[in-house]
Design a protein around this ligand. Sequence first.
Ligand code: DC
Length: 224
Amino acid sequence: MQTISIAIDGPSGAGKSTLARRIAARLGYLYVDTGAIYRTIGYHMFTKGVDPREEPAVLAQLPEIRLELTYGEDGLQHMLLGGQDVTKEIRLPEISMYASAVSAIPGVRAFLLEMQRELARTHHVVMDGRDIGTVVLPEATVKIFLTADPEVRARRRMLELEERGTPEPFESVLRDIQERDWNDTHRAAAPLRQAEDAVVLDTTGLTFAESEEALLKIVEEKTR
Ligand code: DC
């Protein structure tokens, strides 16, 4: 099957996952949140008491990890770790740093590469992450680099955390975003960067609905 893949990359809190999920639902494609996969690896290290920056210790854990991606009746992506649904746990704020740290390790990225490619080979996908258009799916049908000013991203993330019942002050959310931006763009392995053939969508001054329409328009123009 000739599949269509829409790669959406960008920094933390740019609205990638919410927008990608909406676009996928509208197009009838599978939504793949690759950040959730890195978060699940990070969560595993957290539960095992492994320092996520300790490369040998992290790599030693990988063969033990049983990772599954399933789609619930709600149509949402669920992450299973050793058969247990950890979809909620991986969103805890402390897991973000674990995910960011493990994602800098080349062996972790290599471990997850084929899993992501296989999904795109077998389904029409909207896949979001940091290196989808550059490394995972360099032949993606459409590549979008979604971004927004850090303050705007921090405010959005703050609202999201509030809604989830885990509120955090603005300053700490902003600091977390800036720290992760730095980590994600400065690591040697598949750093966050815009693919040469990506279309940039800056949502700083846009509402959610406007961002969704803008994104859909780019996709439609590229897949027409
Ligand atoms: O999108 P997110 O915040 O859930 O991602 C969690 C971490 O995983 C983020 O700090 C960077 C990393 N990540 C990555 O390195 N490559 C991806 N394709 C997706 C996420």
